[in-house]
Design a protein around this ligand. Structure first.
Ligand code: SF4
Length: 391
């Protein structure tokens, strides 16, 4: 059986077309992690005006979701767990007073291990938060120091033990592989620790060097040497095999979950369900337009307050919509339904499709285009090779 077959059959019926997602970007962190290029500030000076602006933006824009019931509410960032329970309660209270929330909605909070104490978990669950996404990244102290994370290895283990006992609907952890000097033994040890703690879901990312990060400078200066592509590929292969053996379905290139533990928020995003993003740098999608808020706390808060424009927007062309479906959909076990892509897509891509089918990197099943286990190593390249030209 191919990796992911079980997940394909069951999970393909999870898609809810008439629902929407809500995303809050909480743009504050305890520290700046070496590799991170998300929008955040390590100063809490703008917290109050930013939260006030987010409440206002929510009131002004909730109508864009056209009364579709909210299936997922996601607090991402940044580090949402540094908000107090009263601040989270305020935002969730606003949501519930403004929009229908599905009774079984997934409500996720991204958290750092140093913010997980017994009192916090009780408070979050009391607010209806039923999924916690824990930014572990590594269980090794030296790695965490190198990443400039704000937590230590022991805090991760304690946080995981608390999450496992807390009675949440689900929880997940993030780990990073492809680190400088990392070998298969180290990566295997990381996965063993996570699995031994009963982790129901894992997001595992290969280290990438983004511009405007401390890591970028360290690599440019020659202070840090990245592993060879072959080593990173071997770690990715090992990850897929270990998760498969442990019964976690690779339902997206970087995401593995036991059945019934797949992330609804991310899955909706990959399946093109509309979502509303609130806060500095947050993105929104209504099926036709992409909109993104300014990635600057002061300019965001002032823009919302004064009624100035604080976002940019683009209308996606038919070609861009197809390319987005390919870019996100191909990475998932649901793949991309071929018929809606149109005849022109099949005509223009006939030879590329045949080549990847012959290489056993793509397959077509039930009218859907899917990556094979081999093709998952080259997801982005395959997707971009199939892109429709700009019109
Ligand atoms: S905690 Fe997360 S968002 Fe904040 S700097 Fe680190 S990786 Fe980036």
């Amino acid at each position: 059986m191919n990796h992911g077959d079980v997940g394909y059959i069951r999970a393909s019926v999870q898609h809810h077309p008439n629902v929407a997602g809500l995303y809050f970007h909480i743009p504050f962190c305890h520290r700046a992690c070496t590799y991170c290029d998300f929008h955040f500030s390590t100063s809490l000076r703008t917290k109050e005006p930013v939260l006030a602006a987010m409440r206002r933006e929510l009131r002004e824009r909730i109508g864009e979701l056209k009364d579709e019931p909210l299936d997922s509410i996601y607090f991402g960032g940044g580090t949402p767990s540094l908000l107090g329970p009263d601040e989270l309660a305020m935002l969730l209270g606003d949501v519930r007073s403004l929009a229908p929330v599905a009774p079984d909605a997934e409500i996720t909070l991204e958290a750092n291990p140093d913010d997980i104490h017994a009192g916090a978990l009780d408070a979050w669950q009391g607010l209806g938060i039923n999924r916690v996404s824990l930014g572990v990244q590594s269980f090794r102290e030296d790695r965490l120091r190198w990443m400039n994370r704000s937590h230590g290895a022991r805090q991760s283990l304690e946080a995981i033990a608390r999450l496992a006992r807390a009675g949440l609907a689900t929880w997940t952890i993030d780990l990073i592989y492809g680190l400088p000097g990392m070998d298969l033994a180290e990566w295997d040890e990381q996965l063993t620790i996570a699995l031994d703690h009963g982790m129901p879901h894992l997001s595992a990312y290969c280290l990438t060097v983004e511009t405007r990060t401390a890591l970028h400078k360290q690599v440019a200066d020659g202070r840090v040497q990245l592993p060879a592509d072959a080593d990173q590929a071997a770690q990715f292969e090992h990850l897929m095999q270990r998760m498969h053996r442990a019964g976690l379905v690779q339902y997206e290139i970087s995401n593995f979950g036991k059945e019934d533990h797949f992330a609804r928020h991310n899955t909706s995003y990959w399946q093109g369900v509309p979502y509303l993003g609130i806060g500095p740098s947050a993105h929104s999608y209504d099926g036709l337009h992409r909109r993104w808020n300014v990635a600057n706390n002061v300019r965001y808060a002032q823009g919302v307050e004064r009624g100035d424009r604080y976002w940019e927007q683009e209308t996606l062309t038919p070609a861009q919509r197809i390319n987005e479906r390919l870019m996100t959909g191909l990475r998932t076990i649901w793949g991309v339904e071929l018929a809606p892509l149109g005849d022109e897509f099949s005509r223009l891509n006939a030879s590329t499709l045949n080549r990847y089918l012959a290489l056993d990197e793509l397959e077509i099943r039930d009218g859907r285009l899917l990556l094979t286990a081999k093709g998952r190593h080259f997801a982005d390249r395959i997707a971009s090779d199939l892109f429709m030209p700009a019109t």
